[in-house]
Every structure is written in structure tokens, then in C-alpha cells.
Design a protein around this ligand. Structure first.
Ligand code: NAD
Ligand code: G6P
Ligand code: MN
Length: 442
């Protein structure tokens, strides 16, 4: 590697995930050397405290880097090498409605799954298209690494609008979170586990988990989960709803023992049970507002008041942070490292449509992801994935064509809904709630 230094822009700089990301950038400064870091957000009140936190942390850990925070797109996107994107269109206010409206009708209310994910998707698509256009106006070759949810819908829509743009990558940290937790079961560092993963985003499975000697540890991991249950590797940091989510993996394996499921499959496989477990008056958003969000903003202020980030519980590089930094480092250092990424299918899973945005193993270098073939999948998985693919495609088409009919069709196809009357009632209420965010559906 030469001594080039990079400019990174974090879009959604006021995100609750930004502090961890900052710490990871400090820890990994040798493999991803920076000259400038810009935190950009549309909300100055969120951006300022986290911006100041960033300046304090970097002054202590990576003092060479110019760190600024801004609400100006021009400053953010000018001559930047990487855009790390993590916005929430409509904020937690709209996420709360995404969760609570479906639950009123006895349907799963969740950030990325079911009608909640649908509503969020229709808000994220226009904002993400605008961000890509704004970035490309100023920085033609910038890599746009995107965490913004619902990643499945965002990826599908961006692939349709910018089919030739090879430098937009949509990513999710859940496969790594799961790998870390599997690693704990078999006393193995997750980096030494070589996974084989396939599916759509938040809708996939681990087929194999090979150790360094090439032994597949998936059978022993499944056996242990079936016996002892399953917990996240970082369980001390987790709210109750996440512990409940991980615990569901045991139930899924009892019924579908072939592959290790992504935790999000709980909502699609057991929608009625999950609804019975969710509190329609206190959802995940309420948990976050009283937990993660509060912690981030109180602790940023404490760091600002003390003028030091040393020992701060926010200065911790979780899997989420490391994944995006490792990915950027793999690009600049042309490492050919493996990641599980969201990418256009094009035959990777040979018996589902080519334009599906699949989540699969890829080797990553400066030319982008090269995906590893999965081959044909068996009937159960093919059926589930094709139905979810149809839901994703119709959701995007509903947006592009402003089609009420397609929106209703999408929701009806979603396994968390199924019933057409319920789909219509939920859609009609979501339309009212999302006025000003969604296009008018005709
Ligand atoms: P958050 O609301 O705390 O942060 C989002 C920030 O984005 C806010 O500060 C908001 O003001 C800002 N924002 C909104 N629209 C913007 C725009 N158009 N331009 C610039 N900034 C904008 O939310 P959070 O919980 O920290 O999550 C942030 C995002 O990251 C969400 O989309 C979340 O779903 C996603 N996420 C994805 C994964 C994944 O696996 N892909 C993992 C974690 C978080
Ligand atoms: C996982 C998922 C993300 C999701 C995140 C946070 O990491 O992969 O897509 O946004 O969890 O979820 P939460 O409910 O805690 O905001
Ligand atoms: Mn995710």
C-alpha cells in the first residue's frame, strides 16, 4: 500500500451507531489511513454532540485527521473517497408507527420485516436515490457503503435506478453478529469460521461453518443450540427483545433443522406467535429511545463536558462498526477478503431470478465484490425466497409506479400478513401516517 490517505464521509453522522464506527476507524487507522473525516446529518441537534465526541476521540487516538461535522451536502460530498451511509428516514418517530400500526391489526410490527419494513422502505428509497445523485454530482468514483435499512428494499431499488454503478454496496451486520455468537459456542474466534451463507437480506441461512482445518462445525453448533438455547455473543449489551430473538433460533431449528437461520426469519416463520409476544404499546423503538439512543446522547455530552473519551462506553468497536471499516480497507488494500454482502443474483443462486438482490459470500477487492456460486436451492428455501423476492420487487414497483395496487399486492405476499383484508387496512393506515414521505399511491 502507498501512503495515500482517504476522506470518509459518514451520512447519518448523528446515528446511534456512529460512535462505535469512530472507534473502529481509530483502531484500524493503519489499514485505512484517513486525512479527513466528515460527519454529515440533516439534523444539527443530533449531529453536534456526536461531532464533538468525534473530535475529542480523534484528538486522543488519531490526531492527524481533520474531523469536521456539518449539515452541508457540499462539504460532505466534495472529493470524498468513501460514503458510509446510515440514515433513518422519518426517524424513530416514524419507526414507532411502523411497529405499532401493524400490531393494531394483529400483524408483526418490526423495523425491516412485514408492513413496518415496507413503510420504511418507501421512505428510504427516495432519500437514498437523492443521496446517490448528490454524491455522484461531486465525487464520481466514491464508494458508497450503505447500511440504511431496510437494506433489502434499498438495495433492490438502487440496483434498478443505478444498474451500472458498481460502487454502491449494501451491507448488513447480522451475519457477523451471528458468526460471533456461533464462535462462542465452539470456543473459536469468529474470524476463523469460514461460513457458507445464502438468501436475501434478513432472510437467509448458514449452510456450513468450516473451521481452519476444514471441519464443518455447523452440526455441533446446531446440536448445542438445540440442547442449550442460543444467546448473542454480546448479551450483556442487549435489550430483552434481542435476547428473545436469539432464543427463537432454538425453536426454528427444532422445526427446520437443515440450516442455521438468520434471526429475522422468526417473523416470517412464526408471525402469529411473535405477535402474541410483542407489546403493541411498547415496541422496540420505545426500548431504543429509553436505551441505546439515551445512552449515546447522554454519554456524548459527558465526554464533551470532561473533554476526554478515554474509558467511554461509547468508544467501543462492535461488529457493526468493524464490518464497514474492514470492507473499506479490503477495497483500498485490494485484499480479496471474504464478506457476506448484498449483491445482484445473476445466477449465484441458480434457480431464483437473476435480478434478486441476494446476500451471499463474496470476495472483496478494489474492483468490487465477486460472488461465490451457491447453486440450486431446494424447494422449501426456493419457495420462501421467491415469495419474499416478489414482495421486495412489488414494493419497489409500487414506489416507482406510485401504484396502490402493487403496494397492496406486496403486503399480501408478505408472509407476516397473507390476509388481503388485513393488508388493505394496514396499507390504508400507513398511507395516512406516511403522508409527506411516500409518493401518493394511485
Ligand atoms: P438514528 O435515527 O439514530 O440515526 C440516523 C441519522 O440519520 C439521524 O441522525 C438522522 O437525522 C439522519 N438522517 C436522516 N435522514 C437523513 C438524510 N437524508 N441525510 C443525512 N442524514 C439523515 O438511527 P440508527 O438506529 O442509528 O440507525 C441508522 C440506520 O442504520 C438505520 O437505517 C438502521 O436501520 C441502519 N442499520 C442497519 C444495519 C444493517 O444491518 N444494515 C445495522 C444497524 C443499523
Ligand atoms: C441488526 C440488523 C440491522 C438492524 C440492527 C439494529 O444488526 O442487521 O439491520 O438495524 O440489528 O436493530 P435495532 O432494533 O437494535 O435498532
Ligand atoms: Mn441488517
Amino acid at each position: 500500500m502507498d501512503d495515500t490517505k482517504y476522506k470518509i464521509t459518514i451520512v447519518g453522522g448523528g446515528s446511534t451507531w456512529t460512535p462505535g464506527l469512530l472507534k473502529s476507524l481509530c483502531i484500524k487507522k493503519d489499514k485505512l489511513p484517513l486525512r479527513e473525516l466528515v460527519l454529515y446529518d440533516i439534523d444539527e441537534k443530533r449531529q453536534e454532540p456526536i461531532g464533538k465526541f468525534a473530535q475529542i476521540l480523534f484528538s486522543e487516538e488519531n490526531g492527524q485527521v481533520k474531523v469536521i461535522y456539518t449539515t452541508s451536502k457540499e462539504i460532505a460530498y466534495e472529493n470524498t473517497d468513501f460514503v458510509f451511509c446510515q440514515i433513518r428516514s422519518g426517524g424513530f418517530k416514524m419507526r414507532e408507527l411502523d411497529e405499532k400500526i401493524p400490531l393494531k391489526y394483529g400483524v408483526v410490527g418490526q423495523e425491516t420485516c412485514g408492513p413496518g419494513g415496507f413503510a420504511y422502505g418507501l421512505r428510504s428509497i427516495p432519500d437514498m436515490i437523492e443521496i446517490v445523485n448528490d454524491v455522484r454530482k461531486r465525487s464520481k468514483d466514491t464508494w458508497i457503503l450503505n447500511y440504511t435499512n431496510p437494506a433489502a428494499i434499498v438495495a433492490f431499488a438502487l440496483d434498478k435506478v443505478f444498474p451500472e454503478d458498481k460502487r454502491i454496496l449494501n451491507i448488513c451486520d447480522q451475519p457477523i453478529n451471528l458468526l460471533k455468537s456461533y464462535g462462542k459456542i465452539v470456543n473459536t474466534d469468529y474470524k476463523e469460521l469460514q461460513p457458507v451463507y445464502f438468501g436475501l437480506n434478513h432472510f437467509g441461512w448458514f449452510k456450513n461453518l468450516y473451521n481452519k482445518e476444514g471441519v464443518d462445525l455447523a452440526p455441533i453448533i446446531k446440536e448445542t443450540i438445540l440442547k442449550n438455547g442460543f444467546e448473542p455473543a454480546d448479551k450483556e449489551e442487549r435489550d430483552q427483545s434481542w435476547l428473545d430473538t436469539y432464543a427463537m433460533v432454538k425453536k426454528i431449528l427444532e422445526n427446520y433443522p437443515e440450516y442455521l437461520p438468520n434471526t429475522y426469519l422468526q417473523y416470517y416463520l412464526y408471525p402469529e406467535y411473535k405477535v402474541s409476544q410483542l407489546n403493541p404499546n411498547y415496541t422496540r423503538t420505545n426500548e431504543i429511545i429509553n436505551g441505546r439512543e439515551k445512552k449515546v446522547f447522554l454519554e456524548s455530552q459527558r465526554v464533551i463536558d470532561k473533554n476526554t473519551a478515554k474509558g467511554s462506553p461509547l468508544a467501543v468497536n462492535e461488529a457493526h462498526a468493524d464490518m464497514i471499516v474492514d470492507l473499506a480497507a479490503a477495497i483500498v488494500n485490494n485484499t480479496n477478503e471474504e464478506f457476506i454482502l448484498i449483491t445482484r443474483n445473476e445466477g449465484t443462486i441458480s434457480n431464483i431470478p437473476d435480478d434478486a438482490m441476494v446476500e451471499v459470500n463474496c470476495a472483496m477487492d478494489k474492483n468490487g465484490p465477486r460472488k461465490f456460486s451457491v447453486g440450486a436451492i431446494s424447494t422449501f428455501y426456493k419457495g420462501l425466497i421467491e415469495q419474499q423476492y416478489a414482495y421486495e420487487k412489488l414494493t419497489c414497483e409500487a414506489f416507482f409506479e406510485k401504484s396502490y395496487h402493487k403496494a397492496l399486492a406486496a403486503l399480501t405476499l408478505n408472509r407476516t400478513v397473507i390476509d388481503g383484508f388485513k393488508a388493505k387496512k394496514i396499507l390504508d393506515e400507513l398511507i395516512i401516517a406516511n403522508k409527506g414521505y411516500w409518493p401518493e399511491l394511485l
